[in-house]
Design a protein around this ligand. Sequence first.
Ligand code: HEM
Length: 224
Amino acid sequence: MSRLRTETRPAHDRIESVPFSMMMQEGKLPQSRFAAQMACWLTVHSQLEDAIAASETPACNVVWQSAMARTSHLRHDLACHGDVDMTASAATATMGVVTWIATLADQDPEALLGPLYVLEGSKLGGTILRKCLDEAYQCGPEALSYFWASGTSPMPDFKAFKERMESALPTKEQQDRVVAAASEMFDRLTDVLSGLIEGLDTETGRFLDEPAASSKGGCPLGFG
Ligand code: HEM
């Protein structure tokens, strides 16, 4: 787990600081694009959770627990945030993640624990994000159940997850494959987030085709 933390740190720093993530933290992200992110994450979680739960690989059986599943949280939250404004490139990148996970499940199921680490670990930063999102959308914690899945603090669940991971992956060769898959998961999810800012002004969070509000108080239809 310390290798995962250290060796994926650059990839984490990238996903944390792409414009989509900054806009979420600054309360500038249109809610319809936040909903689109939840839809992408739902697709990814479904594929990964089903693949790990169905795997007969001992390491997956040691680490996976059904209480870790978050698809029902995502489905619930999606219903609370209105329209989903999906972009073509985010949908394409999400399909890429799904196909990649299916290939791992087929060829190297143990490596699925890398992507699982990425999603489990994201609960840690989720404690920061849930505050920003609630402030931005005034939606209340019940609409952000994905970020509250481990309760007030995700640390006890994450500590137990760490211990299961360490006992399941004793050899360097196993760890190498899991670390590589975790880095790739970060990069693929970063591509999804890059797709989700299509058509947005990342400074203001406005849609680029939205007419700018006139500072002179003129006619909103543009007639003077
Ligand atoms: C959007 C802004 C984000 C912020 C502000 C953020 C912040 C954080 C923070 C504060 C931690 C705890 C670091 C520590 O204990 O030293 C953390 C850990 C982590 N985050 Fe993020 N994060 C963000 C996005 C993400 C995303 C999108 C993912 C993946 C989908 C992710 C995956 C992880 C992982 C795997 C860890 C665990 C690192 C470890 O092994 O301790 N984060 N994040």
